[in-house]
Design a protein around this ligand. Sequence first.
Ligand code: SF4
Length: 277
Amino acid sequence: MTIHVRTVQGAYMLGEETVLLKALEGKRGQPDQRPPYPTERGLFGKPTVVQNVATLVTVPWILVNGTKRFAATGSATSPGTALVHVRGPQGDGIAEVPLGTPLREIVGLLGRVPAGHALKALLVGGPSGGLLPPELLDTPYDFEALREAGAHIGSGSIIAVDERACVVDLARLLTRFCADEACGKTIPCRIGMRRLFEVGERIVTGHSRPADLQLLTDLSHDIVASALCDHERLATLPLASGMRYFRSEIDDHILRSSCPAGVCHPIVVAAGAAGRD
Ligand code: SF4
């Protein structure tokens, strides 16, 4: 068997299979409407199977141990294991865990949150992931449970932040990243993501408008409804999950010109938070 390794121009969007195929053909990395799926018309118009490394590495194990043992690992709807990159105030590491493992156990691998600080949020799924509150620490790390909670497995990363982080500012930065990485093919994504970021920017700088919360909701809905690829659907998650679980912190910024974490400037810093870096 011959294995060819090709280096292609990198971008976040390469995780989408039709973008990867375009890049391999030397074309601009933009997704195609599916169907037809690559298994019907893929690389250079030929039927192509696209698999990621995480899937392929399970094949030898299944061949040796059998499908029953594989299915017995993980949760009922998401069998198998997952590699998770966990990062927190205490450091980071990579672990292989059975799917369905509670978030609490995965984050616990990093040790405790530094003394004097409390866990505030988990960013689950990478830059286009969801921000989940500590109350959801018992959520199983699998496809269905995370989707229901407003996150996803995505890039396999979990970032734990303590109360020194501002969730609104974090959501704004993640939205900026997602807007920058959008390929530009679909107008609601190309322009809508930029507008979403601008709303987040207004909120953290104390320039929000009365209609901004409604605008965030409507814009996110419209962007998701017109999605050509998953990037568009997932890119709204940081702000959408922020609205869902950290609404009081957003209200603090908008209604009281106050950032409880003392991160956002130049708006007024909440009492007790002044002096933090
Ligand atoms: S939804 Fe966004 S990332 Fe996806 S094809 Fe359209 S512009 Fe590109």
